[in-house]
Design a protein around this ligand. Sequence first.
Ligand code: SF4
Ligand code: SF4
Length: 165
Amino acid sequence: MGVKIVPRYGKSLKDRLYLPAIFAGMKVTMSHFARNLKDTANIKTECYPEMQPDDITDRYRGVHRLTHRSDDSVRCVACFMCATACPADCIFIEATQREDGVDEKMPKVFNIDLLECVFCGGCVEACPCDAIRMDTGIFTFVAQKREDFVLSKEQLLANKEGKNR
Ligand code: SF4
Ligand code: SF4
């Protein structure tokens, strides 16, 4: 197979100095800077986190939640479909017998590791019971320790549908 040798860009002194290119870039930056100084109303940046975005779409995939039945019990039947579909392998479920006769099983443990999650929505798509959703609108999640990014069943059940926290 022939090797195509690509000539190095910039043979002239002007190109090799890089300064003209740097000044051209700075010219664009400064023109935006001057325009924003004159017309602050049209600045596209937001003062986050003082200002929270209000244009989160309904289809935004935020932090997960587990849904409830009408009697407020967990809807999940611990079928493991979401954990099987998860490409990041970040859902851990431990099933237990359900004693209220509503279904056979329920999750005793249901953890999602947000540090491994890629927010693909595969778990939501895979769930046959609409038991897991990503409609909380929560897009910021901060913690001091790695363990705190692992959401438990109780935390997932406490998360509510909404735009954001
Ligand atoms: S959103 Fe994707 S990566 Fe995250 S838990 Fe669900 S299936 Fe796994
Ligand atoms: S959340 Fe849905 S897919 Fe996952 S174990 Fe529960 S019922 Fe099955």
